[in-house]
Design a protein around this ligand. Sequence first.
Ligand code: GLU
Length: 324
Amino acid sequence: MTEGHTQDLTLEDAASSAPSQYRGRFAPSPSGPLHFGSLITALASFLDARSHQGKWLVRIDDIDPPREQPGAADSILRCLEAHHLCWDETVFYQRHQTDVYENCLRELQKNDWIYHCNCSRQDLQITPGIYQGRCRDRQSEIQSPYALRLKLYDLPNHVSSEIIEFNDWIQGRQTQNLRTEAGDQIVKRRDGFYAYQLAVVVDDIAQKISHIVRGRDLLDVTARQIYFFELLGSKPPVYAHLPLALMPNGQKLSKQNLAPALDNQQAHLNIWQALHFLDQNPPLELKNSSVDEVLNWAVQNWRMERVGREDRIAFMKEALLQKR
Ligand code: GLU
């Protein structure tokens, strides 16, 4: 993904492509409890929705059971509640959507946009990086178990350009060549689970999401998701990719890196710290206020344009985090 010039990007540009009703969402995978990095995403998406008088939805992205942690989905919801991040509508669970994903795959298959792929890890190591379309070009019958791959370029009935361009609200103008920088994508894994790339777009369409505010680690997969929206005949949402919170050693704060769980008893301070991270300049005296007072201030003063682009080390006082 290359970053282009951003001088010509205005918020109006980004917003003009949005459907009229603002619908944002926070879509955590239940692979562990919420940590400071996930609070930043939850809070920024919540504040942006609320400051636009929009809806804010919560979706649990639970389509990858091997990566899930028992009880994590509930603990995430309790943590959001403790931080008074109240969602609209009922919580949406991806695990209830398998029929919808299957129907979508059937439609894509009808158009010959999908093919079987049984490349092993070893096969893929021969040409690491972008998938070169080995199974796309194979004439022989592909034996199961196989994955399903979606063609991202040279479609039989051409529907979209292989060069995707979009304006990210925070990161600026982005361009990606799907052939050389993404390659055909797995939409159903050989173990039978649906791929994130399929599920996320199908559900964002189903939930009529107009704005996606999430971490910068997903910037690189955004072009293929936009392509997928277009393939399914839907208008892509407006995107804003937030800087990532890093640990002092420079690694991303993540569940995989065992980032500590947020301490719900310190919700007001956690939110204050997250606002500080998001360059919103919360007044110091707000540190002694209630959760609702901090949130009210934040909704009234929220400015997406203040959020910096660069990842940075999160300032997290030990006291704010639960001891493991
Ligand atoms: N479920 C994904 C995650 O927790 C985020 C999906 C998205 O925001 O598009 O990393």
